[in-house]
Design a protein around this ligand. Sequence first.
Ligand SMILES: NC(=O)c1ccc[n+]([C@@H]2O[C@H](COP(=O)([O-])OP(=O)(O)OC[C@H]3O[C@@H](n4cnc5c(N)ncnc54)[C@H](OP(=O)(O)O)[C@@H]3O)[C@@H](O)[C@H]2O)c1
Length: 245
Amino acid sequence: MDIALVTGAYKGLGFEWCNQLAHLGYKVILTARNVDQAIQAAEKLNEQDLVVYPKKLDVTDTSDTQELFDWANEMFGRIDLIINNAGINSGTRAKGDKDLQLANLSIDHLAKSEVLSMIDINAISPILLANTFRPLLRKSAKPIVVNIGSWLGSISIKKNGGNYSYAISKSALNMMNRAFAYDVVSENIISIVVNPGWTQTDMGGQKAQFTTKDSVKNLLENVIQKVSIGDSGKFFNYDGSAHPW
Ligand SMILES: NC(=O)c1ccc[n+]([C@@H]2O[C@H](COP(=O)([O-])OP(=O)(O)OC[C@H]3O[C@@H](n4cnc5c(N)ncnc54)[C@H](OP(=O)(O)O)[C@@H]3O)[C@@H](O)[C@H]2O)c1
């Protein structure tokens, strides 16, 4: 059985990744920064006889990452798929403004810490996690790292101002992934960014276009089950097409 690791997985898209991967026969490591939430979420899948292991992981916490690595190394000695799903989209909460706007950039401490923490969680930590797990990825016949990006991270399709927070963090993820993909291509590790589309979650809201079920199914069928090493470093849309940078 292949082994998958999913971050930020007790709800939303992350939980659905665990659900569908487990139904496909993966052993799934379901992680969340609050371990009780991970345990409760895993129980829902274990009740269906799916093989899901709850684990604590705050993606910005290197000691969490190392502990998880040591456990996975001992338990499986291999990882086949990492879904770097954890992400935030908060912005200036005080103003009720999800996506940081130019006028609010001067709220120095709040704005700066919000932006930097978003870049850390959404762009830097996913690649650091993948890098830590490289020794286990190398043991897989076809190791894949999937970084959940967004159309909002695309520079070429941006046609309005604002969103100095989430959008720039997802653009940074694209570049982090591109660099990482070249650095690990000789190890046969496939590392890609995908856009799940606007999806019904706490982040996407209930008016979004896709259910989590459809969003994950699209990415599994159109991208993940088809990628090869020649695709590493690319940015894919949910329909399998190349997403504009
Ligand atoms: N929904 C959409 O329309 C949409 C569109 C494009 C891309 N995305 C991306 O899809 C991914 C999943 O988002 P979602 O829509 O499912 O939103 P969500 O329901 O808000 O889930 C986000 C998850 O990330 C976790 N998380 C945040 N910071 C973390 C950290 N430091 N360590 C570990 N986990 C952390 C959250 O846990 P806590 O509750 O503990 O914070 C939560 O479980 C994100 O990367 C998002 O940017 C979503």
